[in-house]
Design a binder for this molecule. Structure first.
Ligand code: FA5
Length: 340
């Protein structure tokens, strides 16, 4: 009986002190296993007086049950603690700052291209995009620039083959449209163009937008009115334009169009080299020969055309002084154009 209470006290104390389920497994073996201390008590049965054996057996069995349920109780408690610790270790710390998702934004050239297209589609123009690798015929011949014409040097063209080029302007869009559409025509032809040209204001790859209007009685007045409205929309209401005589083989008369400097508003500054004006595009009344090349009766119809450089307008709008910054992919530079 004495052994009994000593074992019980010791077992309970050790179970109480256990800090893991693994320790409890060891304690179960130590007390209740085949050769465990309580199981060994049973082996003393033969030394017990026969009349006491029944009560001895009962007491040992009770001890077994008590130790077993004590282990069970502690095991449940430890498992609960272990589970809580595991959850705690795996839980998310929602106070940590999140990972920022970087978002892209439109390139300034695309922002301005969209603004230009919006301004013209608002005046009834449709958009037509032609190929960048173009036949010599559409870039030159059909535009009244024959093979031996000195104007071919004007473009500094990249030749792919004798009769295939990287288009040096978007004017082939005029021809491709007039070949496929009957007047009245009002189209814009935006896209990349290529020239062997490279300095702070000229890039070997740049973007133009060609405009073409074919209808009855189209005149230089229509051209001036159209461009006047356009530049007031794209810059601001105070912007004025002026037309200077120029030369393009595909227009007659041809003009160079200037706008009042957006920085000094005509007073003269470094941007406009003191003149108050900035040259912005080439335009004119489409040469009758070009209309005839496309099967359009030049006695019935006349046409106006213009070709503007998107880079130039973007540089003026945002005060960019070197065209190369538009193509350097400097994220800090590009982020300035993020829409807020
Ligand atoms: C032409 O390309 C004519 N096709 C425009 C035209 C269309 C005239 C229809 C008449 C009728 P020009 O070579 O001037 O014209 O170029 C037009 C514009 O493209 C220029 O005003 C300028 O803004 C831009 N540009 C020309 N070369 C470059 C270059 N290397 N880099 C960036 N922009 C350029």
């Amino acid at each position: 009986m004495q052994d009994y209470s000593v074992i019980k006290e010791k077992a309970f104390e050790e179970i109480e002190k256990a800090t893991s389920s693994a320790q409890l497994v060891d304690l179960r073996v130590k007390y209740l296993g085949k050769t465990g201390e309580i199981s060994l008590l049973m082996k003393n049965m033969k030394d017990i007086a026969p009349e006491e054996r029944a009560s001895f057996g009962k007491v040992v069995n009770e001890l077994k049950t008590e130790v077993e349920s004590k282990i069970q109780e502690k095991d449940t408690l430890l498992k609960e603690i272990e589970f809580k610790n595991k959850i705690k270790a795996e839980s998310l710390d929602i106070t940590l700052p999140g990972k920022k998702q970087e978002t892209g934004n439109l390139h300034p050239l695309n922002i301005v291209k969209n603004q230009i297209i919006d301004a013209f589609t608002g005046m009834g123009f449709e958009v037509f995009e032609g190929p960048e690798i173009e036949l010599d015929y559409y870039c030159f011949e059909a535009l009244n620039i024959p093979k031996d014409h000195p104007a071919r040097d004007m473009q500094d063209t990249f030749y792919v083959k004798d009769d295939i080029v990287l288009r040096p302007h978007t004017s082939p869009g005029q021809i491709r449209t007039m070949e496929n559409k009957k007047p009245p025509i009002k189209i814009l032809s935006p896209g990349r163009v290529y020239r062997a040209d490279d300095d702070a204001s000229h890039s070997p790859m740049f973007h133009q937008i060609e405009g073409l209007v074919v209808d009855k009685n189209v005149s230089l007045c229509d051209l001036k009115g159209l461009l006047n409205k356009f530049f007031k929309t794209i810059f601001d209401e105070t912007t004025e334009i002026r037309l200077r005589p120029s030369y393009f083989p595909f227009t007659e008369p041809s003009v160079e169009v200037d706008v009042t400097c957006s920085k000094c508003h005509g007073k003269g500054c470094s941007l406009c080299k003191g003149t108050g004006w900035i040259e912005i595009l080439g335009a004119g009344i489409v040469n009758k020969k070009v209309l005839e090349n496309c099967g359009i009766d030049s006695n019935e119809y006349s046409a106006l055309a213009f070709g503007l450089g998107i880079e130039r307008i973007t540089m003026i709008k945002y005060g960019i002084t070197d065209i190369r910054t538009l193509f350097a992919n400097n994220v800090k530079f590009l982020k300035q154009f993020e829409r807020r």
